[in-house]
Every structure is written in C-alpha cells, then in structure tokens.
Write a protein that binds this ligand. Structure first.
Ligand code: ADE
Length: 231
C-alpha cells in the first residue's frame, strides 16, 4: 500500500518512519511512503504557495494553483489514488475509518499549513476530509501521520502478533481491559488475582467488567452505544 504526503514540510513527517514499527513495514514492502511538495508546482516566480485571505481574516491561505497542479499530476499517474484532506473542519477520524482505508491501494494525505487551504481545492479533489480531534494544530502534518499509523497497523504483517488486532478498544464500543506484564508482584503491587489462576472464562468475565468500568469512567457515551448495540 502506498501513502503520499502532500506537504510543504516533509521533514516533519520523515523522522517518524526512521524508527518505528512502520520502518519495519516499509522494509517488508507492506507500505511505501513518498512526498509531494506543492511548492515544486508553484508558477509564482518566488515559488509562493500562499496568500492573504480574500474577504479578509487573519493569516495566510494556501493558493489553489500549486495544489491543483500537484494533485492533477498525482492523479494522472494513479487514477486510484484516494485523496484525504486533514483539517479541523471535518468529520472525526475513528477506528472503523482506519480499517476501511487499510483496503485502499494508494492514499494521499493533503496537509494544510497557515490558516488553511483554499476551499476550492478541497471541493475539487477531496475523496474524504478528516479531523483528528476538537483542537487546532499548527498544520495537518501530525494529523496525516496519525491516520497513516492507524491505517497501517491494520495491514496484515505490520504488527508482530496478528492477535493484537482481534479484540481492541472501539471494536465493541468498549475500551480495552487493563493489561499487566511481569512480575506478578512489583513493589507490593499485585496484578488482579483472577488473571493468575488460569480460568479463562473467569478471566474473560473479569476483563469485560473492567472494560465496562473503564468505559463508564472515561467515555460514558460509548457505554451507552455498547448497550444499545449488544441488545
Ligand atoms: N489541522 C489542524 N488541526 C487539525 C485537526 N484537529 N485535525 C486534522 N487536521 C488539522
């Protein structure tokens, strides 16, 4: 699967792939990463890519021309590319999106800097538009990395242990039960005794109870959805 990051600042992204599980995925040829810089397409003599907003307003907005030309070029080379824009003005990205998008062959993430991207670019090229949360970042690069990471780990062979994908938070609307590693007792703090006794059906029901408690505490609205879904 190929990911193209359309960004003025590829260095913000590159480092992540030098030392992570995704580095292994690249070495194993499961994912491939490349970059496209709109500045390389700018027809302005100073390679300008942004301007003040028409109609006023603070900050600089990315011009349509460099992005139109960059995205036309990308689409002319791969008509199946799925183009995703990252902006806070969008639907929230969730785990189901990560699983669904893992089936694509090529995704391009378009990151805006400054105050945003000229809306005509989004109107013309976006297959989807996502926000990663109700806060404003200085640009879409971090958000595009978040999506790339969450999508990639759903590709077979990326995680060491395929089971890690089986029961995860959000699959059932419930947050995952807590995990413990060794030793069983650390500085007087023990893991729940049921986890040690080897009765798998009891462990399962304890984990479910802990999942429900965590969800009720941290994400009460998710618990309601879970209850509706499982009835
Ligand atoms: N760009 C700036 N803030 C963002 C957010 N919350 N999600 C996605 N892209 C963004």
């Amino acid at each position: 699967m190929r990911f193209t990051f359309v960004t003025l600042f590829s260095a913000l992204i590159e480092g992540y792939f030098k030392d992570s599980i995704l580095k292994r995925a690249i070495e194993k040829d499961i994912i491939k990463i490349d970059y496209l810089n709109p500045r390389d397409y700018s027809k302005n003599k100073h390679s300008k890519v942004d301007d003040t907003a028409v109609g006023g307003g603070a900050g600089m907005v990315m011009n349509p021309q460099p992005l139109f030309d960059a995205l036309d070029d990308l689409k002319s080379k791969d008509e199946n590319v799925h183009i995703v824009f990252l902006t806070p003005v969008a639907k929230p990205f969730v785990q189901n999106d990560a699983k669904r998008l893992a089936k694509k062959t090529h995704i391009a993430f378009v990151s805006g800097r400054y105050e945003g991207i000229d809306e005509r670019v989004i109107e013309k090229y976006a297959d989807e538009v996502f926000s990663i949360g109700d806060y404003i970042l200085t640009g879409g690069e971090l958000a595009s990395l978040v999506l790339c990471d969450a999508i990639s780990r759903n590709k077979e062979g990326v995680l060491g242990n395929a089971q890690s994908l089986e029961i995860e938070s959000f699959e059932t609307q419930l947050l995952e039960a807590p995990s413990f590693s060794k030793p069983q007792n650390y500085e007087g703090l023990s893991v729940p005794s049921e986890y040690l006794k080897g009765n798998h059906s009891k462990i399962r029901s304890l984990k479910l109870a802990l999942s429900e408690a965590k969800t009720k505490f941290f994400r009460p609205e998710q618990l309601l959805k879970h209850k509706v879904q499982s009835h």
